[in-house]
Structure formats: structure tokens, C-alpha cells
Design a protein around this ligand. Structure first.
Ligand SMILES: *[C@@H]1O[C@H](CO)[C@@H](O)[C@H](O)[C@H]1NC(C)=O
Ligand SMILES: *[C@@H]1O[C@H](CO)[C@@H](O)[C@H](O)[C@H]1NC(C)=O
Ligand SMILES: *[C@@H]1O[C@H](CO)[C@@H](O)[C@H](O)[C@H]1NC(C)=O
Ligand SMILES: *[C@@H]1O[C@H](CO)[C@@H](O)[C@H](O)[C@H]1NC(C)=O
Ligand SMILES: *[C@@H]1O[C@H](CO)[C@@H](O)[C@H](O)[C@H]1NC(C)=O
Ligand SMILES: [Ca+2]
Ligand SMILES: [Ca+2]
Length: 374
């Protein structure tokens, strides 16, 4: 980094600090005083969604999600298709919608009170969320299910788009030959810190092919791209195998304590329990709790963790969409639950629209969650 860029960096930090000082977050701000936001980032790199720390904000409102998807599709189109492929991407966008002439301005759209009435939107959405049971309140469970549905729609939309890119003979299936690893995999080298080198391998492909016909349909391809969210036991097993392979420094096909301690423990240790003395925790104490956990996971007591034994913690190594849906539901309820009864009434939601319409997960100033260590 050159001297100029260092100076610029310091100035940026200083400005940021000043901003934070004069803009101290108000726990219950009047929503008129701040702009509602949609997701601020979109990343084409699927590895980003595998990075535990940077899961995208799940869109709360299907209407906003739709605008966002159109915006993404446009960027996607620009990036991957030239004019000769236009017919492929034109089709799905055809249905009639409000005048979203410029999808880049979804934020202007939702902040235009004449076009987008937040109160009305929440009134419309509420009965779709309050369903289990229908009692006039939205619980963490109901909100988690709602978030999960939204994120699954999003994920599937991207899978279908990704399929268009790979399905060269347009038969609706992906063969192993058709699937070329995306450039970020090819460029990431053979053994770098990237997700893992087996990502595009035939074994991964075969494990995703649930009915074994040698082709991936939409469901199987979605599982292929998001193995941690799959119910396919073979795929989960493959994921565990990859975890072992990545950390197995002595190449004996299983993890001994040292390999676990240096490779995995940080990802699976329970910060909730250790939290209060984490800062003055000595290495010995930490190694002690690692040994306890290792012993619990080593079901057959042979002193090693096998692929099968890793299944117990695969959800912690690769948090699922459900995990993030729950995390976001917890956050929303914590922010909007004015009477602290642990659930949301319609009034509480209407009083706190920014919690629902905002890219909270990207704003450290508003959002702190010790689970981000995972
Ligand atoms: C939004 O709708 C509600 C009820 O339908 C109404 O009371 C409110 O004035 C509307 N807000 C705006 C900014 O039009
Ligand atoms: C990875 O290894 C293969 C051979 O195993 C080699 O052909 C290829 O160039 C390597 N790729 C990179 C990016 O190093
Ligand atoms: C994947 O399955 C095909 C048959 O569909 C088989 O020919 C191939 O050897 C398998 N590859 C691996 C790595 O298991
Ligand atoms: C894809 O195939 C699986 C069986 O491997 C089946 O359960 C699933 O319903 C199929 N999905 C679609 C969209 O046809
Ligand atoms: C926290 O520290 C105390 C001693 O300072 C110790 O007794 C206790 O076991 C520690 N808790 C954990 C979870 O490590
Ligand atoms: Ca309810
Ligand atoms: Ca080993």
C-alpha cells in the first residue's frame, strides 16, 4: 500500500469516526427520520455465501425481493449474456408490474411514500406471517419460517439463473461435462484458503445426484450449490469428508485432537458458554474445553473424529439458511418488541418499519451479534 493510500485510509477512518460520534444510533428512532433500505450488496461469487461471516440480509418483503431480483438479473445479464442470448433472459421479466423502470432505484421506490406505503405493506404481510397459530402475534418461530421461505425463494432463483448459464444443451439438466467450475474456483489455486478444492469435483457432483441418473435437475443442482441446506444424506456426508480432507495434515483420513484443535475448534466452540471469561482465558483452559468437546464428538472413543462423527457439527461448520433466518428473526424481534413479551403485534411492526426494511446485517453500527464469531 502506497503512502497516499495510507493517508486516504486514515482520513476515511477519521471521517467515519466523526460520523459515528455525531450520528449515535438511537434505539427507537422515528422511522420518518431515516431512509428505508434494501440490501446494499450483491455478490456473484458463490463463495461469499459460504463465508459464515457475510451472509446476506434476507429480504423481508417479497415485493422488495422481487425488485432486487430484477436488479440482480439485469447485472447478471450484463455480465454473462451478450445480445445474441437475449431471448433467454427476457422471458421471466415479462409479467406486468408497477413502473420499475430502473431497478437500481428500489430504494428510492420504497422511500417514496406515495408509491410505497410501509404501513399498508405490513398490514398486508402480517396475516401471511402470523399463521402458526393465528393469534394476532408474530413469534420467533413464525418469523423464522417466513424469513426462511424468502431466502429459499432467493436461493432457488439464483440456482435457476445459474442453471441457464451451465445447461448448454438446454434440456433442463446439468451433466458433469456441462458443469465447468466458475472462474473464482479455477483461479483460486489448488489448495488455497478458498472454500475447498473439491467443490467442483465429480464426487461432489455424484453425491448431489440423488436419483443417480447422471444429471442434476433443479433440486439436485440447488443442493449441489448449497450442500449445507440439503437433506440429501450423501451430500452431507461428502461435506464432512471435505472437512476432514482439508484439516487432515497427516493424511490418515480422520482427525486427531491436534488437527481438530488447530483446524476446527474455533468454528464450533460454544461462545455462549465461554463468553464471560473469554478475554482472560489461558491457552490451557481453552485446550481443556477443546478436549472435552473432542471427547463428546468422538462417539466410538477411538481418539479420532471420523467423517460420520463430524456430521454432528456440520451445521456449525456450514450454517444453514435456517440458521440465518432464525438469527435475523431474533434480531428483528429484539429491536421491535416494544412491550417485551417476546412477540410482535402489528402495531409494534408498524412502529418499527426500518427493522424490516433495512440492510441491517451490513451495518455494524446498528447490529452487533456475538454469533458473528461463528
Ligand atoms: C399509508 O396508509 C395508511 C393507512 O392505509 C395511512 O393512514 C397513511 O397516511 C398512509 N401513509 C402515507 C404516507 O400515505
Ligand atoms: C492445479 O493442479 C493441476 C494439476 O494437479 C494443474 O494442472 C493446475 O495448473 C493447478 N492449478 C493452479 C491454479 O495452480
Ligand atoms: C460418478 O458417477 C458416474 C456414474 O454416473 C461414475 O461413472 C463415476 O465414476 C462416478 N465418479 C466418482 C468420482 O464417484
Ligand atoms: C429432481 O430429482 C429428485 C430425485 O433425485 C426429485 O426428488 C425432485 O423432485 C426432482 N426435482 C424436480 C424439480 O423435478
Ligand atoms: C470461568 O473462569 C472461572 C475461574 O475464573 C472458572 O472456574 C470457570 O470454569 C470458567 N468458565 C468457563 C466456561 O470456562
Ligand atoms: Ca402467531
Ligand atoms: Ca489425521
Amino acid at each position: 500500500m502506497g503512502r497516499t493510500s495510507v493517508v486516504i485510509l486514515y482520513i476515511t477512518i477519521a471521517v467515519l469516526l466523526l460520523f459515528l460520534i455525531f450520528h449515535s444510533p438511537n434505539k427507537t428512532p422515528n422511522h420518518r427520520s431515516r431512509r428505508l433500505k434494501v440490501r446494499s450488496t450483491f455478490n456473484f461469487n458463490p463463495a461469499a455465501s459460504l463465508d459464515n461471516k457475510n451472509h446476506e440480509h434476507i429480504p423481508f418483503d417479497p415485493l422488495i425481493a422481487d425488485i432486487e431480483r430484477r436488479r440482480e438479473d439485469k447485472e447478471w445479464e450484463k455480465r454473462y449474456f451478450d445480445s445474441s442470448h437475449k431471448e433467454i433472459v427476457d422471458a421471466p421479466a415479462a409479467e406486468a408490474q408497477p413502473e420499475w423502470e430502473d431497478f437500481m432505484n428500489a430504494e428510492d421506490y420504497i422511500n417514496d411514500e406515495d408509491r410505497f406505503n410501509v404501513t399498508d405493506r405490513l398490514v398486508v404481510l402480517f396475516p401471511n406471517i402470523d399463521i402458526d397459530p393465528i393469534d394476532g402475534y408474530v413469534t420467533v418461530h413464525e418469523l423464522t419460517e417466513w424469513n426462511l421461505k424468502q431466502s429459499q425463494n432467493d436461493v432457488m432463483h439464483r440456482t435457476v439463473r445459474d442453471m441457464e448459464l451451465h445447461d448448454k444443451n438446454h434440456d433442463g439438466f446439468i451433466s458433469f461435462e456441462e458443469y465447468e467450475p466458475p472462474s473464482w474456483v479455477r483461479n483460486s489455486g489448488n489448495n488455497s484458503l478458498g472454500y475447498n478444492v473439491g467443490w467442483w469435483k465429480e464426487e461432489h457432483f455424484n453425491a448431489s445426484d440423488a436419483d443417480g441418473d447422471g444429471l442434476l435437475n433443479k433440486t439436485e443442482f440447488n443442493d449441489f450449490l448449497h450442500p449445507a441446506d440439503s437433506n440429501n444424506p450423501r451430500l452431507l456426508k461428502w461435506l464432512c469428508k471435505e472437512e476432514v480432507r482439508e484439516r487432515d495434515t497427516d493424511r490418515d483420513g480422520k482427525l486427531n485432537f491436534k488437527e481438530f484443535y488447530h483446524g476446527l475448534f474455533d468454528l464450533v466452540r460454544d461462545y455462549d458458554i465461554e463468553e464471560h471469561n473469554a478475554s482472560h482465558e489461558s491457552d490451557n483452559v481453552m485446550e481443556g474445553s477443546a478436549k472435552i468437546l473432542f471427547g463428546q464428538l468422538d462417539k466410538d472413543g477411538d481418539g479420532y473424529l471420523s467423517e460420520e462423527e463430524l456430521l454432528q457439527i456440520i451445521g456449525k461448520l456450514h450454517p444453514s439458511e435456517r440458521y440465518y433466518a432464525k438469527q435475523q428473526a431474533d434480531y428483528i424481534i429484539q429491536q421491535a418488541d416494544a412491550d417485551k413479551d417476546g412477540r410482535l403485534s402489528l402495531t409494534e411492526m408498524i412502529d418499527n418499519p426500518y427493522v424490516f426494511y433495512s440492510a441491517i446485517f451490513n451495518e455494524a453500527e446498528e447490529y452487533e451479534y456475538h454469533d458473528e464469531f461463528r
